[in-house]
Write a protein that binds this ligand. Structure first.
Ligand code: ATP
Ligand code: MG
Length: 873
């Protein structure tokens, strides 16, 4: 018998169930619709959940489909087992309250043995331990010998996924022969080894699990058969693994051509070839369904698969990007069954190419770094630093799972806690910087669009409009027409949303490409966008109005400055944001407070005058004639846009403005300063922000006045009074201190004892701060003095030792004295001969706690006296 190809098997299966009264249904997208609990579709029944639970009515009671599935959970198995893929197609036949076990099992058997021609002797059905009904059907009705029907426990034959429909199941295993097994005497269907592989599974969904393990019978009993198309093909085609079935072979041959490595050369390169073959399939399918590489959720899954494949390319010695070419073969092989692959071929190739090129810039450096780190780790320390893993992720684009996988290959792991901390820090920063928008490379992004296609800007007249998608690449969306203002002439971009039947795009920023395309930069928060789709683009109107307030006020500001300071004032750059402006201008001196006040007043007067703002197009010459001021660094074409506000201000400007200056509300300069020689910068606010600023100052003044027990009106006087009072008290304090110290020194000298001709003082000082001045005073007052003063602040000791000139001459050194003392009081220190300091701790004295009454300081002083006794005359 000639073997059937994968595409033929799919068709035979669907046709067979159609002949049994099933309605054929195309595959759902890999992106779950209306199911937030799922990242990606991983089974044929997942998108049909509402039909099983009874939430929605299915279009027919019997349905059959071939569903695209992605199971990232199996990623580690891929290439190692014969049967796991990350992307696979699940053949399914479903009964919603129609036929049940009897029909389901006998049709499965008929399909396997008759339609697919599989040797019945090698098929082993399994049933749930307690499911006698299924067992009876297999043995008594279908006639499978008892010895080949196995009863398995809940982990194998009871199907449930969290909450929702569930029930016992019956799998069919194919025996690949003892040579493929683990050799254990217990090896039987259900064993994790590669001898008995599960080809398909009939789930009898007859219960609903509320999530807490409470099972209630479903009103209707259902059948959910799910069987991997690739596994079925592997059995039908009589090959050793899914990687050897026809379509996979085509892809693998392509990978062999690119790498120059043949499958079968070595176990290691075989795994790489298989992984590449598998991952390029899932990559293509995910992108086709609208997933874009990113660091989160589905985007991360895609990035991880693609970059993992790229790494295995490197292991095979491929140094150029190659996955984008390989994608071609995937599209060729599956394009018939999934026509969307052909429709989106261009996008798929572009996304892969960009992602692969981006990674190829850093992969070698990243791998080298990792190799080096792994070399260092060959000690007792088996954990790679979380910071390094973060760097690999952040700088070298290594998905953390990829790094982990490479570490595990060397029996290593990493410090996950530290890595998570760094990730969290980064997320926080990203959130904060979202407004600033960090997409790099947008200028060189290949949108796959003709040079002469430009976006029509509708945003002067409207804030929202319908438009058609021209391209959706990475996090950039291009439309034929848009109300979104692209950052230019100092004015920031609009933000907002673009929605369509395919999904939602959050616009964080807008840039204009050199060839006139307006690029919306942001994030697809839902679904996907295809070229040609109609969408609705809506600008955040409140924010736009706030930007207009700041922009129109900037024109008034420029005019006010010129009138006040002179015609040498020219704009030298500006940044206009919602209710905030930064305006740079040429001028040689700082504005005086009086001038700032004047500018504030003039601008606010012209706001109050409510000048209508008129926008006209005219030739540059005509504009000049009217006296328009040209803005810094703008390029002008044949016609220019002229913005005038009454007779007061007239400027060339491409920005968006108020229709009347009164709408700016108010204006207030917040800072004025220099940024370069002859260039000054004013920062100012408008609208409610200006009001809020005034309110904030009021509030601070009020609170401060309250503290000083006065009113805002008398605040300044009060502060002056307090300042002079403060000065007076400071003076008084110094005088008292000096007097006190003098008295203290006098007293100590009076109480000093005479040891071997030295005047010895050992005493407590009132505080640590005055130790040194007091010590110095003693030293200067008495040439024969040897004094050790100490301060005790809650057990923390500070010592100061001094020696008078005479004492130093006789060989006594304050440094040595203090060292001796400190060492007996659990501390250390040192210094010069005439003066030295040290620290200590009562509790930490080396001679330990000798009960109450013991004082380490006393003991230390005793020691000092002994040392002095021994000094010669
Ligand atoms: P296994 O134990 O072999 O991983 P499973 O128990 O995870 O299989 P099910 O969840 O019952 O499989 O999925 C139903 C069918 O889907 C399986 O019988 C198999 O044919 C197919 N299938 C499951 N996972 C994969 C995979 N990673 N690659 C290819 N086919 C798969
Ligand atoms: Mg599995």
């Amino acid at each position: 018998m000639q073997t059937m190809g994968l595409n033929e098997i799919r068709e035979k299966y669907l046709a067979f169930f159609e002949s049994k009264g099933h309605m054929r249904q195309p595959s759902f997208s890999l992106i779950p619709e209306g199911d937030a609990s799922l990242l990606l579709i991983g089974s044929g029944m997942a998108p049909m959940k509402p039909y099983f639970s009874g939430e929605a009515k299915p279009p027919a009671k019997r349905m059959t489909s071939c569903q695209k599935c992605v199971r990232v959970i199996d990623i580690e198995q891929v290439g190692k087992t014969s049967r796991h893929c990350t992307f696979f197609e699940m053949l399914g036949n479903f009964s919603f309250g129609d036929y049940f076990k009897r029909e389901a099992l006998s049709w499965t058997w008929e399909l396997y043995t008759k339609v697919m021609g599989i040797d019945p002797e090698r098929l082993y059905p399994s049933v749930y331990l307690e499911d006698d009904e299924a067992w009876e059907i297999w043995v008594r009705e279908i006639g499978v010998p008892e010895s080949r029907v196995v009863r398995l426990g809940k982990e194998d034959n009871f199907w449930e996924m969290g909450s929702g429909p569930c029930g016992p199941s019956s799998e069919i295993y194919f025996d690949r022969g003892g040579e493929n097994g683990c050799g254990s005497p217990d090896c039987k269907p259900g064993c994790d080894c590669d001898r008995f592989i599960e080809v398909g599974n009939n789930v009898f969904t007859q219960f609903s699990n509320d999530g807490d393990g409470n099972y209630t019978p479903l009103a209707q009993k259902n059948i959910d058969y799910g069987g991997g198309l690739e596994r079925l093909a592997m059995v039908v085609q009589g090959v050793g693994s899914v990687h050897e079935i026809d379509t996979f072979q085509k892809i693998m041959r392509h990978a062999e051509r690119v790498s120059g490595v043949k499958h079968g050369e070595s176990a290691k390169t075989d795994i790489s070839l298989r992984i590449i073959t598998d991952h390029i399939r899932s990559t293509v399918m995910l992108i086709c369904d609208g997933v874009q590489p990113s660091n989160e959720k589905r985007g991360y899954v895609l990035r991880r698969l693609l970059r993992r494949a790229a790494r295995h390319g490197r292991l095979l010695g491929v140094t150029k990007p190659f996955l984008c070419d390989l994608a071609e073969t995937v599209i060729e092989e599956s394009g018939e069954a999934y026509p969307e692959l052909r429709r989106r071929a261009e996008t798929i190739r572009t996304v892969i190419r960009i992602e692969e090129e981006r990674f190829s810039k850093t992969i070698d450096a990243g791998l080298a770094l990792l190799r080096e780190e792994i070399g260092h780790l060959r000690g007792p320390k088996k954990l790679l630093d979380g910071d390094q893993v973060f760097m690999l992720y952040d700088t070298y684009g290594f998905p953390v799972d990829l790094t982990l996988e490479i570490l595990r290959e060397h029996g290593l792991d990493f410090d996950r806690k530290r890595f998570d901390e760094r990730m969290e820090q980064q997320r926080r920063r990203a959130r904060e910087a979202r407004a600033e928008l960090g997409i790099s490379g947008w200028a060189t992004l290949d949108l796959g669009l003709d040079k002469d296609i430009a976006t029509d800007f509708a945003g002067y007249d409207t804030l929202r409009c319908d438009a058609a998608v021209l391209a959706s690449v990475e996090n950039v969306l291009v439309l034929d027409k848009t109300p979104f203002y692209a950052e230019s002439g100092g004015q920031c971009a609009d933000t907002g949303v673009i929605t369509g039947s395919g999904g939602t795009f959050r616009v964080d920023g807008v840039k204009k490409s050199a060839d006139g395309k307006i690029l919306h930069i942001g994030e697809i928060t839902e679904g996907a966008f295809d070229a040609g789709q109609t969408v609705f683009a809506a600008v955040d109107g409140e924010r736009r109005a706030a930007v207009a307030r700041a922009h129109s006020a900037t024109h008034l500001l420029q005019k006010a400055l010129r009138d006040l300071l002179g015609d040498h004032v020219e704009q030298a750059g500006s940044q206009v944001e919602p209710d905030r402006v930064r305006f740079d201008y040429t001028h040689f001196a700082a504005l005086t407070p009086e001038q700032i006040k004047q500018v504030n007043r003039t601008v606010n007067e012209h706001i109050l005058l409510g000048h209508p703002a008129v926008i006209e197009s005219m030739s540059p010459e005509a504009a000049k004639e009217r006296g328009a001021m040209a803005l810094f660094s703008e390029k002008y074409g044949d016609t220019v846009r002229v913005v005038s506000m009454g007779d007061y201000s007239i400027e060339l400007c491409g920005g968006t403005h108020l229709d009347n200056t009164a709408k700016a509300g108010s204006f207030r300069i917040t800072t004025e300063g220099s940024i370069a020689a002859g260039v000054r910068r004013i920062e100012a606010v408008t609208g409610l922000v200006a009001l809020e600023l005034a309110q904030m100052f009021d509030e601070r003044l009020r609170a401060a006045s309250e503290q000083l027990k006065t009113t805002p009106g008398e605040f300044a006087e009060r502060v002056t009074f307090f300042l002079s009072e403060h000065k007076r008290l400071q003076k008084e304090n110094t005088a008292l201190q000096t007097k006190l110290a003098g008295g203290f020194a006098e007293k100590l000298l009076n109480d000093a004892c005479e040891v071997n001709g030295f005047t010895v003082i050992t005493a407590q000082n009132p505080d640590a701060a005055s130790l040194r001045p007091n010590g110095e005073l003693l030293r200067d007052k008495c040439a024969g003095v040897v004094a050790v003063l100490y301060a005790d602040e809650g057990g923390k000791l500070t010592f100061c030792a001094v020696c008078g000139a005479e004492a130093v001459k006789r060989g006594v050194k304050a440094g040595e004295i203090v060292k001796t003392v400190a060492s007996l009081c659990g501390g250390s220190g040192g210094g010069r001969a005439e003066m030295a300091m040290a620290g200590g701790q009562r509790g930490a004295a080396p001679n330990g706690d000798r009960g109450t009454g013991f004082d380490c300081v006393e003991e230390a002083f005793e020691q000092v006296r002994k040392i002095l006794m021994e000094k010669g005359r």
